[in-house]
Design a protein around this ligand. Structure first.
Ligand SMILES: Nc1nc2c(ncn2[C@@H]2O[C@H](COP(=O)(O)OP(=O)(O)OP(=O)(O)O)[C@@H](O)[C@H]2O)c(=O)[nH]1
Ligand SMILES: [Mg+2]
Length: 292
């Protein structure tokens, strides 16, 4: 299953980001805490260049707390400080505001020293579709300024939102990149809702998700879908069994695969299967491993 989604509006957004970069002091890159690597746009470094950047791992209420800690230390080892956020409850947002001030202090102070009046910190929020950029901006601003929605591609143009006299944020439409080097990246983005379902076979997608969860979180899917034995079963079989248990049947007793697929995808994306992270940081190889 090869997934690719780079419609014209994303190419346009890529231009919008580089054109507006000169207007901002710092960029906020929003990643999805459930897929910390797959949600990193490989083009961001060249797009953002040397602008100071803050990385926030959003939807951290849906990701696995143990793996949140592992990923935080993975990023720290690379010299990248990340902040875990939840754009709905507001967790992590004060920490983020502090970081914004810290990164822009010297620039704003030198402007003041030159006799300029105090101006707000200007930041641009970028990230994959549906990661929560608009919700994040609304929560920071304390008002529903930007439109949000539980599907990718909601924001279509740039929009400045004033958080307070000190901070202004630029909301941007979600972007992906023209080619996913690893097909697994495309799948992870599709599972979490960054790619629109209309361009995929959702039954195949949900089957792949169950197959992955059978390895990563077997107990959670056994419990949720009353599955008995997972060993060696392909995803389609797991999906069919789940459909039967949930009574998703068509006349003749066959399972309605698209109905159960939509239930599984919705439940996963809404966190109802549990707190799940689909990627683990690569363990550094130890001497012991090198000896073999
Ligand atoms: N559980 C949870 N849901 C979130 C969080 N942040 C955003 N959401 C939900 O995720 C969905 C997408 O949020 P948006 O803010 O529209 O996402 P976006 O990144 O602006 O998406 P595009 O404009 O399409 O690029 C909405 O249903 C939000 O309510 C979060 O931290 N936790
Ligand atoms: Mg948006």
């Amino acid at each position: 299953m090869i997934i690719q989604w780079f419609p014209g509006h994303m190419a346009k957004t890529r231009r919008l980001i580089s054109e507006n970069l000169k207007l901002v002091d710092v960029v906020i890159e929003l990643l999805d805490a459930r897929i910390p690597l797959s949600s990193r746009n490989p083009e961001i470094d060249s797009l953002v260049g040397h602008k100071p950047r803050v990385i926030a791992l959003n939807k951290s209420d849906l990701s696995d707390p143990t793996l949140n800690r592992e990923w935080a230390s993975y990023f720290a080892k690379q010299g990248i400080g990340v902040i875990y956020t939840n754009a709905i409850s507001g967790t992590g947002l004060n920490e983020l505001k502090g970081k914004l001030k810290e990164l822009t202090r010297s620039k704003l102070e030198s402007a003041q020293a030159r006799g300029r009046i105090q101006r707000p910190i200007k930041t641009m929020v970028v990230g994959i579709p549906n990661v929560g950029k608009s919700a994040f901006i609304n929560k920071l601003a304390g008002k529903a300024s930007a439109i949000t929605g539980d599907r990718p591609g909601v924001t279509r143009t740039k929009q400045w939102v004033r958080v307070n006299p000190e901070i202004q944020l630029l909301d941007t439409p979600g972007i992906l990149w023209p080619k996913f080097e690893d097909p697994e990246t495309g799948l992870n983005l599709a599972f979490t809702g960054a790619i629109k379902d209309e361009i995929m076979d959702t039954a195949e997608l949900a089957a792949k998700l169950l197959e992955k969860l059978a390895v990563l979180y077997p107990d959670k899917i056994k419990e949720r879908y009353k599955l008995e034995e997972l060993d060696g079963k392909i995803g389609l079989k797991l999906l069919e069994e789940a459909g039967r248990k949930r009574g998703c049947l068509v006349s003749g007793g066959e399972v309605d695969l698209y109905r159960i697929a939509s239930i599984v995808l919705d439940e996963f994306r809404g966190g109802r299967i549990g707190k799940i992270t689909l990627e683990k940081p690569q363990k550094e190889s130890t001497n012991e491993e090198n000896d073999h």
